[in-house]
Every structure is written in structure tokens, then in C-alpha cells.
Design a protein around this ligand. Structure first.
Ligand SMILES: [Fe+2]
Ligand SMILES: [Fe+2]
Length: 356
């Protein structure tokens, strides 16, 4: 304990100076991230209900289970994934930390919250509880979480041990960088590959002009995840370049091993969720397509052969082809909500106000 106090006492602090870019891409990601800001409550879900109510139980279950899988991934990405990556940058990297912290806030507070809003609109409370219980018991989902979060927790421990130089624990900077790199690879796989089996079904509906409000939310989330995967991938490439050729080769093999191990669980999950609605083959193609994109974000070649993705889903993905109506959707013409300052009157809750 004394040792920790001593280190804190002699530490020099520095401020974030945004007038001097830390590298040639972080401020671009900063601009892009902030320009994309949105809130779950900006999108009203009511318009979807007339379609939702006439869907079969199989379709509703598959739709809800997909959003639940996404909820778990976004929850941990916000709770630990992004925060440990932000903390792993050395003291002076204030801009990188700020961008990753910003992304971190979007994951749970906006993305996971949005799925909950969809659940609240589509499902009854006991159905929502059942759904979360399904996720907590699902072997493959739990295994995916354990693999990903395991790398985040390892980096969390290394961050702490390195920062406070705990006596009796000794590892090289090289070893720290490897752990940091591995957590970033896990993060890119989550952002750019694992999310996509869940995105498939809402996009499949969106591409056919159905459940458009939920589809709109998925498009906003997807737009965020896409720059998250790119940014963390870009940072990972910087670290990768600092390794020897021998270490790079070993880490590439480790990367493919991790991918295959995640894909094994992911494909079993796809079979469970999508078999009742007959889409297993198409979703697997889509997941492999995105696994290749994740590898490219990390600076590697595609691993899987090129396959044709269902054009309906690509239609749902392609923001250029969206047909917008003028009263409900955000789409490309997304405008930030207008807000006003709170006043004392806002905090007087009369019975009338509470009852709405
Ligand atoms: Fe997210
Ligand atoms: Fe993300």
C-alpha cells in the first residue's frame, strides 16, 4: 500500500491538448463518433407494432433472441471491453483515451438501452424476463462472452499491475503489449463479426420494409459499431507493427485460432436461433462475410472464400437506398433532438404528471 502511495505522490500529470493531434487518425475518429451521436428515445417504436402483432411465434422468438445476444455483447463491451482498452494507453494519450471512452459510453448506455426499448415495446414483462434467462443459460452465448471477456479481464489485470508496479509481479513491456493487442483483437471480432448474426434478422425485415423502426435503430447501432471496429483495429495494427516478424507470425496464428473458436460457438448459436425460421445457411454466409471484414480491420487478408450475401440484407444495410418517410425515421437525414434547459417546474411531480 505504501508503495502505491509513493508512486502517486511523485506522478506528473498532463492535460489533453487537442491542438496537437496525437496521431493522424484519432481526431478523425473523434469527429466521426461525435457527429453520429444519437439517443435511444429519439426513435419511437410504436409504428412497428401492427407488423409485430401478426408475426408467428417462431419469428418473434428468433427476432427477440437475436436482440438479446446483441444486448449481452454491448453490455460487456461498455462495462469492461472499451474501458480496459482506454486505460491501457500510456498516460499521455489523452485523445485516444477520450475517443475510446466515448465509444464505451455508447455501447451500454445507448446500444444496450435501445434493445431494451424494443423489448419493452414488443414484449410483456414476463416474456422479457424469460428472454434474459434464456441468454443467461445459453451455453454458446456464455462461452462467447467468457472467451471475449477473458481477454478484457486479463488486460484489466495487466493495466493495474503495470500502473502500480506491484512488487513480486514482473512482466516485460513486450508481454504487456501482447496482452493489449489480444484484447483489441477480441474487441474487433466482437464489433465487426459477432454482432452481425444478430443484425441479420432486423436487416432482413428492414430490407423488406417491415419493422422499420427497430431496423432504423439497428442501422444507427451498426453505423457506430462499424467505426468502433475500424478504430480499435487501426490501433491494434500500430501495436502489431512494433512486434518482431516472429512474434507477428505467432500472433497471426493466435488470431485465427481465436476467430475459429468464436465462430464455432457463433455458428451453433446461429443454428439454434435461426433454424426455426429457415435462415441458418444465409446467416452463416453473412457471419463469414463479416469475419473477413474484421480480419481486414486488423490488417489481415480474408480467411473465408467470398460468398454472395442475401441481397435483401444488403438492401437493409445500404444506407444509400433507404426510402425515408417524413414523420418518424432518422435515416441519413438524422437531426439531433432539440432540448431545452430544465427548470424548477420540471421537478414538481403532480399526480397528473405522474399519470401522464
Ligand atoms: Fe455497441
Ligand atoms: Fe462498439
Amino acid at each position: 500500500m505504501n508503495q502505491i502511495k509513493d508512486i502517486l505522490a511523485v506522478k506528473d500529470y498532463s492535460g489533453a491538448n487537442w491542438n496537437e493531434p496525437e496521431d493522424d487518425y484519432t481526431q478523425t475518429f473523434y469527429e466521426q463518433n461525435l457527429s453520429q451521436f444519437w439517443r435511444p428515445e429519439d426513435i419511437s417504436m410504436q409504428g412497428d407494432l401492427n407488423v409485430w402483432h401478426i408475426l408467428s411465434k417462431e419469428v418473434k422468438d428468433a427476432y427477440a433472441q437475436n436482440l438479446l445476444v446483441l444486448t449481452f455483447l454491448d453490455t460487456y463491451q461498455g462495462d469492461i471491453g472499451m474501458p480496459v482498452v482506454a486505460r491501457s494507453f500510456d498516460e499521455g494519450w489523452h485523445q485516444r483515451k477520450a475517443v475510446v471512452n466515448y465509444m464505451s459510453a455508447m455501447e451500454n448506455a445507448v446500444h444496450a438501452k435501445s434493445y431494451s426499448n424494443i423489448f419493452m415495446t414488443y414484449l410483456k414483462t414476463d416474456e422479457i424476463n424469460e428472454l434474459f434467462a434464456w441468454g443467461e443459460k445459453n451455453k454458446n452465448l456464455q462461452s462467447i462472452m467468457a472467451k471475449i471477456v477473458g481477454y478484457y479481464e486479463k488486460l484489466d489485470q495487466y493495466n493495474y499491475l503495470r500502473k502500480y508496479q506491484i512488487s513480486g509481479v514482473d512482466f516485460s513491456e513486450q508481454e504487456f503489449k501482447e496482452v493489449q493487442y489480444q484484447a483489441m483483437v477480441a474487441s474487433v471480432f466482437l464489433e465487426t463479426c459477432l454482432f452481425y448474426s444478430g443484425f441479420y434478422y432486423p436487416l432482413y425485415f428492414y430490407g423488406q420494409g417491415k419493422l422499420m423502426q427497430a431496423g432504423e435503430i439497428i442501422n444507427l447501432i451498426l453505423r457506430d459499431e462499424s467505426i468502433h471496429g475500424l478504430y480499435i483495429g487501426r490501433l491494434a495494427i500500430d501495436i502489431y507493427k512494433s512486434f518482431t516478424k516472429e512474434k507477428q507470425d505467432a500472433l497471426y496464428l493466435w488470431t485465427i485460432d481465436l476467430l475459429l473458436s468464436l465462430m464455432d460457438d457463433q455458428m451453433q448459436l446461429v443454428e439454434q436461433v435461426y433454424a426455426p425460421v429457415d435462415l441458418v445457411h444465409d446467416v452463416k454466409v453473412f457471419v463469414r462475410y463479416n469475419a473477413n471484414k474484421a480480419l481486414m480491420n486488423l490488417g489481415f487478408d480474408a480467411y473465408y472464400d467470398y460468398e454472395e450475401v442475401n441481397p435483401v440484407v444488403l438492401n437493409g444495410l445500404n444506407t444509400q437506398t433507404k426510402t425515408m418517410d417524413n414523420f418518424s425515421m432518422k435515416g441519413n437525414g438524422y437531426q439531433k433532438m432539440k432540448s431545452e434547459a430544465v427548470s424548477d417546474a420540471d421537478f414538481i411531480f403532480t399526480q397528473e404528471k405522474i399519470n401522464g
